[in-house]
Write a protein that binds this ligand. Structure first.
Ligand code: HEC
Length: 157
């Protein structure tokens, strides 16, 4: 009886990792066209006020490589170009594509793909030689990508 219950819990936990809420495009289903992603990943408009947190170290860590004057976050890196004016240089679809998987726009980019879970050399579970269990989570959720894109669109020249 106990064993049965553990199995049931394991199965429902697995399901939770795979199942996507209604209307959310799964990382493997994102359609790129010349690097751009025309369709919203969630159908819910992004909230640009979330960007400050999402672009800081705890989440996307965009500032490790980019300067973003509008956010006034400390110690920006210079590996990538400043993001000021990005909303004038790129369309929303192009920005969604760059944030989801920059390699679809910039071949060999060192910018991490923030909405991707496949095609990696899979990292092991920390400090063990074991393969990770279950699917990897993307670095940002679909809605977090939309929030960042909405913010980038406000960065006009
Ligand atoms: C490891 C460094 C790195 C990180 C982290 C990073 N980027 Fe980038 N990004 C780059 C580089 C380098 C480029 C320039 C294109 C290229 O050659 O790859 C770039 C280009 C871009 C561009 C196009 C710039 C322009 O206007 O020409 C946007 C937009 C962008 N990044 C957004 C982001 C966002 C948003 C995040 C965080 C969620 C992020 N980047 C995190 C390295 C990074």
């Amino acid at each position: 009886m106990k064993k049965l219950m553990i199995t049931a819990v394991a199965i429902s936990a697995l399901g939770a990792g795979v199942a996507m809420a209604d209307g959310v495009v799964a990382p493997g289903d994102v359609k790129f066209e010349d690097g751009a992603v025309a369709m919203s990943l969630t159908g819910v408009p992004g909230d640009p006020s979330k960007a400050s947190e999402l672009m800081d170290r705890k989440f996307g860590n965009c500032i490790a490589c980019h300067q973003i004057s509008a956010l006034d976050l400390p110690f920006p890196g210079e590996i990538g170009p400043p993001l000021d004016g990005a909303g004038s240089r790129w369309t929303e679809a192009q920005l969604r594509g760059i944030v989801s998987n920059a390699k679809m726009t910039f071949e060999d980019s060192m910018m991490p793909a923030f909405y991707k879970t496949e095609g990696y050399i899979r990292p092991g579970v920390a400090f063990t030689s074991k393969a990770p269990e279950g699917p990897l989570d993307p670095l940002l959720t679909a809605q977090q990508v939309e929030d960042v894109v909405a913010f980038l669109m406000t960065l006009k020249e």
